[in-house]
Design a protein around this ligand. Structure first.
Ligand code: GLA
Length: 387
């Protein structure tokens, strides 16, 4: 058992007397397909070995007691008094609320959680917090939900109290991840395939800008609104139901004059990114890592120029990566406005790349970044408790 799991269990026994069950709920990376999960696109995420650990036990009452180790904060609530709150409380309370909305018979419990996903890093600590609790409640109260139903429940939870109108990618990867594999998820049909992640001679390196520009969740919802506005215009004038039915930018351009520039740019990014992700998944299956990497750079350009979800810090890191011969592809990962870049780097260049990039970033922004060499992991699961 790793040190975080141990410390979560230790806090549990210091705070409560019952014997807990233990769960691990992973964060995720996404190789390509950004901001298209809520636009009927394809995404290529994988669960990773960083995440949130939950120690949790029923308490035979209707009171819920949370202790968030990473914040050193406690919160208690009666199960009939659940309402939206703030900060981490919104994520856990919203999950409980979704079980209640489904009419599931759940009761009071004691819960301690903590993890190692830096907040705002783009590795989806929020889905990890939601998924771990949802999985635990489903096990503890035998509510009979499948993993996909749990992912959808967590997505609704994130829409509700935290009010981030996210797509399904993060919660799906959290529940459905498979070690050594990436998921190709069709976000329209929810059909998915697993591909072995064979990057012979390469590593996936995340560089964390350690910035998270405020208003990010508001900006996220604004991007979603722009896409909805654009799609409405397209649906009214072309024989299409979703962005996926737009065959090319040329077809999109026939309606350009009906859209504001910002709405058009978002639509253009989405149409391009859906096509790019399809192409990228074929390249990855053919083991054409260089071709795949090129598309990652293109995605970044689109996210920065058209979708406008990048920032100086992320652009700096990707620009730097472009000049580094060992880097095959790089782009911002996740919602944007800060967090991490994802880089595919030739193994023998990883150490130097990390060292040089971190040094230059620090010189430029006076912020000490962090680098992680990522390993894939299974989706949320029960762990054995050894006290
Ligand atoms: C966040 C959201 C996801 C997805 C990404 C961008 O992580 O939670 O649903 O939209 O941003 O691809």
């Amino acid at each position: 058992m790793n040190t975080i799991a141990r410390s979560v269990l230790k806090s549990f026994t210091e705070n409560f007397t019952s014997r807990p069950a233990l769960f691990f709920s992973p964060g995720r990376i996404n190789l390509i397909g950004e901001h298209v999960d809520y636009n009927d696109g394809f995404v290529m995420p994988a669960a990773i070995n960083k995440g949130v650990y939950y120690a949790i036990a029923e308490n035979q009452t209707d009171d819920i007691h949370f202790y968030a180790v990473d914040f050193d904060e406690r919160f208690s609530v009666h199960i009939h008094d659940i309402e939206s709150n703030d900060s981490w409380r919104n994520y856990v309370l919203s999950v409980v609320n979704e079980f209640l909305l489904l009419g599931k018979n759940i009761h009071g419990f004691n819960c301690v959680f903590g993890g190692d996903i830096p907040r705002g890093s783009g590795m989806s600590s929020s889905a990890a917090v939601e998924g771990g609790l949802a999985f635990a409640l489903n096990e503890m109260f035998t509510t009979g939900l499948t993993r996909v139903e749990l992912a959808l429940l967590c997505q609704r939870a994130e829409h509700n109290y935290p009010n981030v109108q996210c797509g399904i990618m993060d919660q799906f990867a959290n529940m459905m991840g498979k070690k050594d594999h990436v998921i190709l998820l069709d976000c329209q049909s929810m059909q998915h395939q697993y591909f072995p992640l064979v990057l012979a001679g390469y590593k996936i390196v995340l560089i964390n800008t350690k910035v998270h520009h405020s208003l990010a969740s508001g900006e996220y919802n604004i991007r979603r609104q722009r896409c909805e506005e654009g799609l409405k215009i397209l649906k009214a004038r072309l024989p299409v139901q979703s962005f996926r039915d737009i065959k090319s930018v040329t077809e999109l351009d026939t309606e350009k004059h009906n859209m504001s520039p910002k709405v058009y740019n978002c639509c253009r990014f989405v149409v391009e990114e859906i096509a790019r992700t399809k192409k990228a998944s074929a390249l990855l299956q053919q083991n054409d890592i260089a071709g795949f990497g090129k598309l990652m750079f293109e995605t970044h350009e689109g996210l920065s120029e058209l979708y406008e979800v990048s920032c100086d810090e992320l652009d700096f890191l990707v620009q730097r990566a472009r000049k580094y011969p060992a880097v095959i592809g790089a782009r911002l990962m996740g919602g944007g406005f800060g967090g991490c870049t994802i880089n595919i780097v030739a193994e023998d260049g990883v150490a130097n790349f990390i060292e040089d990039t971190c040094m230059e970033y620090q010189q430029q922004f006076e912020i000490v970044p962090e680098a992680y060499i990522v390993e894939t992991a299974d989706g949320t699961k029960t762990l054995a408790v050894t006290l």
